[in-house]
Design a protein around this ligand. Sequence first.
Ligand SMILES: O=C(O)C1=C[C@@H](OP(=O)(O)O)[C@@H](O)[C@H](O)C1
Ligand SMILES: C=C(OP(=O)(O)O)C(=O)O
Length: 435
Amino acid sequence: MPTPHWNAPVADGPVDATVRLPGSKSMTNRALILAALAEDPVRITRPLHSRDTELMAGALRALGASIGEDSKAVAGGSSPQKDADWQTVPQELRGPARVDAGLAGTVMRFIPPVAALAAGDVAIDGDPYARRRPMGPIITALRALGVSIDDGGRGALPFTVHGTGAVDGGPVTIDASGSSQLVSGLLLAAPRFGKGVEVRHEGPPVPSAPHLAMTVRMLRDRGVTVETETDVWRVAPGPVRGGEWVIEPDLSNAAQFLGAALVTGGRVTVPDWPDDTTQPGDALRDLLARMGADVAPGPDGLTVRGSGGFGGLDADLHDVGELTPVIAALAALADGPSRLTGIAHLRGHETDRLAALVTEINGLGGDVRELPDGLEIRPRPLHGGVFRTYDDHRMVMAAAVLGLAVPGVEVENPGTVGKTLPGFTELWASMLASA
Ligand SMILES: O=C(O)C1=C[C@@H](OP(=O)(O)O)[C@@H](O)[C@H](O)C1
Ligand SMILES: C=C(OP(=O)(O)O)C(=O)O
């Protein structure tokens, strides 16, 4: 259900704020999958509660997983986000079931291999645009691993996995150039396949290397043997241990807040920034420094300071594509031109992000040009207007950044930001109250 437009607030002066962020979507959804496959109970501490993670929990519950909420963990009531822990106990997976993947890449790519481990039919569908996101390679790969899938010949959602309760597994070749999640999905369920899996990628480079590293690290953390070499991942069959996951703050969702320090010449600190992380958002330290920010890790978290003006950026964002919308918004406000490359795969994200960013930033008077694999951005004075968001949470975040400096940015359907950050507009307002 679309929400009324949101007038993105202009910053009255330099922000000076500490912004505590909810948990990582990518870690939460991996932890939920591994919890559903674990041989022991699991507690997921400080998970993200958002549309994508609630859809993942819902999908696993539909398959028989027992996922409870520990409401004792809800802290103080001061946070606009829900922050209950999740607890699971081992359960047999079973169909028949219907799964709504929404627009969540993690749900549509991580659930089908798990569905194949459930006895019974599992029908999977999602939002209208979900039917256009790349799924063909994982359908083909699962079939090669012995899974029966009826996709009506579409190679896309919706489709039905005819689960038998067991998957042979073994070697498989896949073209994962469209999304790293096609590989992560196979790896996460593979400890429960009879022969595990050996996934070999063949095709143009796989994006999002940090997310693949996250998959490997989280599997190993649960006692699963994983070997990797260039474009090859091997997961041995074996038990998935239970225990506790403590979810890190979502560093990709830090982008717009840290960016606000740059735009307003202020200071933003994000507490609990991990020292050692596989999250792609950690690249913000380097990217924002290259645009002229002063970036300082410290005991209070990561602090970014801006000095007023800031420069453009020439960067290959292939590994950290999900940062693009906010980086593009910053680039549109910078003192010099930017070139963002390596991100052709963003055409298969929540929307065609390259087209969406060109259309919407140019609609405010900007000068953004689409490249075969990215964007060229030449800053120009911008004016207000309606900024469409295409059911893409990161388009809301990008619009908020533009609105800091441009009066009259009216964001269409801001509620779509709840895909990964419900309560965003409240958090944004409290950061701006410090200006
Ligand atoms: O595995 C994950 O959690 C993700 C992988 C990336 O997908 P792509 O490789 O499709 O870009 C990223 O953009 C997405 O937001 C989350
Ligand atoms: C690409 C993204 O999401 P998804 O997990 O749906 O692919 C994203 O969050 O930027």
